[in-house]
Design a protein around this ligand. Structure first.
Ligand code: GDP
Ligand code: MG
Length: 289
């Protein structure tokens, strides 16, 4: 029998350490106001994320027309802790001058990179508060989309894991929905928008399916409705109930499973290895110039 030093348990140790420390994740939502962003966040995390509304007195560089808010909540499920931060960018599309409405959002993302970069080069590197944005859900209207959306996504796509979603999907018939999705996918391609790539598309059926579902069509609700003796999150209409968590009604579950269960770590890795790394090397280039 071969003797072992014993480092095969290393992955377990790392896993246990991160379980003890807990996980953290920062999700940003952006897009025109009224598309159901806040409602979706509450539906995704089965809570009222916004109950203690605190206005982030954003850095001076952040324009006054868009108030960026930040909410942090702690979760614990089966002994696993998650600190979730939601960055909400309300009112986009309402600003008088729509032409550069993405600017405060880009500034915000840069600010978090800048802070992290500074802390990383500082003395207390072990206890860095990481506020970088891991993923941005960009909401597209079911009623129509246009140049503002393209411009917004293009301003963000190299800085953050961008995931387009189609809000209020219950406003469209299945046929309209599939046509709209196709059109949006074509535009993403045509305008060279780099959205988040599901890592296993070539080999993994699940990732391919996720890719084919983009933009995720979502339905959200803060209301519980009774159907067949069950109480579910849904939207009750005279002709029936749209159930948020019913896969036949929307891509909501696909989105939540992807964000929470299957791709959270990959989103964090891509943020670190691609988006932050780009920022970091740019900084270093500027310093040595
Ligand atoms: P936000 O401005 O993007 O944060 O949008 P809100 O979450 O505040 O929602 C705006 C309005 O749309 C509210 O009246 C919601 O009840 C409604 N709403 C939210 N999600 C949906 C949805 O999936 N479908 C429909 N039809 N309405 C929704
Ligand atoms: Mg909102």
């Amino acid at each position: 029998d071969r003797e072992y030093v014993g480092f095969a348990t290393l992955p377990n140790q790392i896993f246990r350490k991160s379980v003890r420390k807990g996980f953290s994740f920062t999700l940003m939502v952006a897009g025109e106001s009224g598309l159901g962003k806040s409602t979706l966040v509450n539906s995704l995390f089965l809570t009222d994320v916004y109950k203690d509304r605190t206005l982030l007195n954003a850095e001076e560089r952040i324009s006054k027309t868009v108030e960026i808010t930040k909410h942090t909540i702690g979760f614990e499920e089966k002994g696993v802790k998650l600190k979730l931060t939601i960055v909400d960018t309300p009112g986009f599309g309402d600003a008088v001058n729509n032409t550069e409405s993405w600017k405060p959002v880009v500034d915000f993302i840069n600010c978090q990179f800048e802070q992290y970069f500074r802390d990383e080069s500082g003395l207390d590197r072990k206890n860095i508060q990481d506020n970088r944005v891991h993923c941005c859900l960009y909401f597209i209207s079911p009623y129509g989309h246009g140049p503002v959306d393209v411009e917004f996504m293009r301003a963000l796509h190299k800085k953050v894991n961008l995931l387009p979603v189609l809000g209020k999907a219950d406003c469209l018939t299945p046929l309209e929905l599939s046509q709209k999705k196709k059109k949006i996918r074509e535009e993403i391609e045509r305008f060279g928008i780099n959205i988040y790539q599901f890592p296993g598309c070539d080999s993994d059926e699940d990732d391919q399916e996720l890719k084919d579902s983009v933009p995720f069509a979502v339905v959200a609700s803060n209301i519980l409705v009774q159907i067949k003796g069950r109480r579910v999150r849904g939207r009750a209409y005279p002709w029936g109930v749209v159930e948020v968590e019913n896969p036949a009604h929307s891509d909501f579950l696909k989105l939540r499973n992807m964000l929470v269960r299957t791709h959270m770590q990959d989103l964090k890795d891509v943020m670190q290895e691609t988006h932050y790394e780009n920022y970091r090397s740019e900084c270093i280039r500027n310093m040595t110039r």
